[in-house]
Design a protein around this ligand. Structure first.
Ligand code: PEP
Ligand code: MG
Length: 917
């Protein structure tokens, strides 16, 4: 259980005057849509929908402050609460004309959780509360529908027994105990029909079921199911608050960075019934398509069902559009509601509704989760529809979600060679291929071993969340586009196909049968979350529309609607951001891609990445094995032309944009073979003895290469290496400049800690520059600067800035050296650190602002104190991570540099940071 937060301790909501309970109903509400932190998202929007006169069943919300109090005071409640709940119930009874526990006209309520941000399916819900042996008869009489009344009662017993009284699967049991009781009864009543549906159970059967459920509760808990509705309510409220800290809710919050101290509210609302017959039902809809963003009413509906049935994916619902035929008046009202919601909330809404005997009721609305595709399309189109401003569009799209637009799709040729084996509903776009696993645990451990995994389930439940996180894609046999699998996958940006009802999945044999084919655990399947298709085996993937337009250039903007909305968004982002974006790229073609994705230069060219092409590695090895400067010089002379032509290619691709070129950084042992056979081959190639190779390998061995002979230490000990690299840069610059293209090299010295290290290297660079300029009779303009990637450099940045014309924060190494955690090995313990909340996020992915960030702040301040206009950037992996980009904006850096495919993310995050000012 998470520790209590500072902020929750700071609040003291114990005074009698504090309002804990907020009523809503009949067009009036104590709260409103802005009060999400107090009323939770659901409670605030129920109040808001009530105010704008949408048909909301009346009720009340118990505030999140009560949740905070509950956890701060050993699971007890503020003394003033009971009375406020009493008053709210009286109000509710008056407005409904019904009474809690009444033997003729009983009030029934739903009790639901509702945190500030929605956490779909993670916390508990209890429906039909208020039923007991007496009130169920009243309900039967008033509705003239005994079956309906007992169906509600058995659902209530089942939910209450499970959630409040803890009647759940025990270790070693395969099925939920209530399900077992249902199955037994079905077997008794329909011995010849093993697949009989629940709807075949008539009123007497359901009554028997309620008796058996009560007996089960007594057997399992030693307690009777409580008859008194007030006691039921107390139990339900406690269970909802308690569910804030169940395991899956904690995992979910960790994943989505929802603070544990927020707490949940509890909503108590008069029941409306979707299960009274075929003129009733429940649905979940979106005001636009959450997968593609298309402006259509989108969602699904189950006739004669309560809301939980739709979300649980137990029955596959029908598309909501079908209501046009089945309930035209309700359909018309839904279209009105859709417009009202969007024009009021100015965003795509995801809403739940119930139809009770032809009458529409709204149970919830919230901003709908959507794919990256839909997020961009909806925001851009809403600007065109004048529902929002371009600033809002830029602000609201999670920057990270843009990476989905760049994700691969199946290669169309590879796709043609394979046959669709089944189809499901397209629930999370993109192409995924992987080995199939039928349990979340197995999927998780296979992924940890480095396998690409598809999680295949009959349906998913919140327990599967870890497996879903680990999988490339998720495939289910049951459930609709708003089932758990679909919602969660979309939010995670995972590829998902759901409700593929032809799949026969057998957990006991870990196999899947479909149209005469069998697939076993570990076999490959491929799924297309954009079309819903399922393929056997591994299917090759190909680039997205954006990549095809910008890079492959085999698609035009006119042919790609998604490209056009993407381009519009990027234009708005670029107009707003102050940070420049550069790319980490080492090859001319990569640089070309980077420019297409909006790079304003290269922020990091890792020169050692150029060492592996063709026979270059042989020259590198020859250089490493050299016994003296002369020999080294000869080997370096062979490397020079290759480096020069790469640099020339990069300068050409940049067309005048700057390129930060980093001199050799990794320790030399990384370039030489460690096994005997390869060492023999190398010796033969170089015409030297294998012993000499082996001896050198031994000499170069380091216990901790991260802290060893690397970075500028190489250039200090072997100045010839830096000389060669400087020459390659300047000769390439001279060559490209002569062809009429502007060239702006920025030479960057890595891993500097002492000012003298940099001074020595800079002197050498200037010498080479002078020579080349003289030899070629040209004038070159260039900068020399350093990476800031060890803590000492941060604290002596004023000294270093005397010679450095720019700093680029190498936050990969700066994180590693500041935390004393190896960037390559920290994976073995970081997950536990995250679980224990020692760190909230992986510090190698998301900048540790409180530690590493402080050092950066120091370096910025000191650097500027010496050189006011020193150019500052970041080129560690954090340069493409939205929160880190925003931090860099606040620090006042000039640019962030990241991998080409992260550039759109960085551009958007930078714009969001600028808008926040
Ligand atoms: C860094 O350390 O952040 C950096 C960009 O350099 P490299 O990842 O090559 O060590
Ligand atoms: Mg580094």
């Amino acid at each position: 259980m998470p520790t209590k937060s500072k902020s929750s301790k700071a609040k003291k909501p114990s005074s009698k005057s504090v309002k804990y309970v907020y009523s809503f109903g009949n067009g009036k509400a104590d709260g409103n849509g802005k009060m999400k932190s107090l009323l939770g998202g659901k409670g605030a929007n129920l109040a808001e929908m009530t105010r704008i006169r949408l048909p909301v069943p009346p009720g009340f919300t118990i505030s999140t402050e009560v949740c905070t109090y509950f956890y701060d005071h050993n699971r007890t409640y503020p003394p003033a609460l009971e009375k406020q709940i009493d008053e709210a119930i009286h109000k509710l009874e008056a407005s409904m004309g019904k009474k809690f526990g009444d033997a003729t006209n009983p009030l029934l309520v739903a009790v639901r959780s509702g945190a500030r941000d929605s956490m779909p399916g993670m916390m508990d819900t209890i429906l039909n509360l208020g039923l007991n042996d007496r009130t169920v008869r009243a309900l039967a009489e008033r509705s003239r529908n005994e079956r309906f009344a007992y169906d509600c009662y058995r659902r209530f017993l089942q939910m209450y027994g499970d959630v409040v009284m803890g009647v759940q699967k025990r270790p070693g049991e395969d099925h939920e105990p209530f399900e077992v009781v249902i199955e037994e009864l079905k077997k008794e009543l329909f011995p010849n029909d093993p697949h009989v549906s629940d709807t075949k159970l008539d009123a007497p059967a359901l009554r028997t079921l309620t008796d058996r459920f009560r007996k089960l509760i007594r057997e399992r808990t030693g307690k009777d199911f409580p008859e008194d509705p007030r006691e039921q309510l107390r139990g339900a409220v406690g269970a909802v608050f308690g569910s804030w800290n169940n395991e899956r809710a904690i995992i979910y919050r960790r994943k989505y960075n929802i603070p544990h101290e927020w707490g949940t509210a509890v909503n108590v609302q008069a029941m409306v019934f979707g299960n009274t017959g075929n003129d009733s039902g429940s649905g979940v809809s979106f005001t636009r398509d959450p997968a593609t963003g298309e402006k259509v009413l989108y969602g699904e509906f189950l006739l004669n069902a309560q809301g939980e049935d739709v979300v649980a994916g137990v029955r596959t619902p029908e598309p909501v559009l079908q209501l046009k035929v089945e309930m035209p008046e309700v359909y018309r009202q839904l279209q009105d509601v859709r417009h009202t919601l969007e024009s009021h909330f100015h965003d795509m809404q995801d809403f739940e509704f119930t139809v009770e005997q032809g009458r529409l009721f709204m149970l919830q609305t919230r901003n709908g989760k959507r794919t990256g595709f839909a997020a961009v399309r909806i925001a851009v189109e809403m600007v065109k529809e004048k529902l929002i401003k371009p600033d809002d569009a830029v602000r609201r799209i999670p920057a990270d979600s843009l990476s989905q637009l760049l994700a691969p799709v199946f290669d169309s040729n590879a796709r043609k060679t394979t046959q669709v084996i089944a189809r499901g509903l397209p629930a999370g776009p993109g192409a995924a291929s992987g080995k199939i696993y039928f349990s979340a645990n197995e999927a998780e451990s296979a992924a940890q071993k480095g396998e690409k995994v598809l999680l295949v389930r009959i349906e998913t439940s919140p327990e599967d969340i870890r497996g879903m996180l680990a999988a490339e894609g998720i495939l289910t046999a049951r459930g609709g586009v708003s089932s758990h699998a679909a919602l969660v996958a979309r939010q995670m940006g995972k590829v998902c196909v759901c409700g593929a009802s032809e799949l026969q999945i057998d957990y006991s044999t870990n196999s899947l049968h479909v149209r005469g084919q069998n697939f076993r655990k570990g076999d490959y399947l491929s799924i297309d979350g954009t079309t819903g298709e399922i393929f056997p085996g591994e299917v090759k993937t190909s680039p997205s529309d954006i990549v095809r337009v910008l890079i492959d250039k085999d698609l035009t903007p006119a042919e790609s609607p998604i490209y056009r909305v993407f381009a519009q968004l990027m234009q708005w982002a670029d107009q707003r951001r102050k940070l420049e974006v550069r790319a980490n790229a080492d090859q001319p073609d990569q640089v070309g891609h980077a420019v297409a994705f909006g790079a304003q230069g290269v922020g990091l060219c890792r020169t050692e990445h150029m060492f592996f092409e063709g026979d270059r590695i042989d020259h590198v090895r020859e250089m490493i094995l050299a016994e003296n400067a002369d020999e080294r010089g000869k080997a370096l002379a062979k490397l020079l032309p290759a480096q020069r032509s790469d640099f020339a290619g990069i300068f050409k691709a940049l067309k005048g944009l700057p390129a930060t070129i980093r001199f050799l950084d990794p320790p030399l042992h990384e370039f030489i073979p460690h096994d005997e056979a390869s060492q023999r081959d190398l010796a033969e190639k170089l015409g030297i003895s294998p012993d000499r190779v082996a001896r050198r390998v031994k000499e170069l061995h380091e216990f901790n290469p991260m802290l060893g002979h690397r970075g500028c230490r190489l250039g200090i000990v072997y100045p010839e290496i830096s000389e060669m690299q400087a020459r390659a840069v300047f000769e390439a610059a001279a060559e490209v400049q002569a062809s009429g293209i502007k060239v702006r090299p920025e030479i960057m010295i890595p891993l500097v800690g002492f000012p003298k290290e940099l001074e020595l290297q800079i002197a050498l660079v200037h010498q080479v520059a002078q020579k080349v300029q003289k030899e070629r009779n040209v004038k070159l303009s260039y900068l020399v600067g350093t990476m800031i990637e060890i803590p000492r450099a941060c604290v002596v940045a004023d000294e270093i800035a005397k010679s450095a014309q720019f700093f680029s924060f190498g936050t990969n190494d700066l994180t590693q050296t500041t935390l004393g955690m190896s960037r390559d090995d920290a994976g073995s313990f970081l997950p536990r650190y995250q679980e224990e909340e020692i760190v909230r996020q992986n510090p190698f992915a998301v900048l540790d602002q409180g530690g590493v960030g402080k050092l950066m702040e120091t370096a910025v301040k000191l650097g500027r104190s010496t050189r006011k206009d020193i150019k500052l950037g970041i080129c560690g992996e954090h340069g493409g991570e939205p929160d880190s980009v925003k931090f860099c904006h606040r620090l006042g850096l000039a640019y962030v540099s990241c991998s080409p495919f992260r550039l759109p993310v960085a551009r958007l995050a930078a714009a969001q940071a600028a808008l926040k000012e």
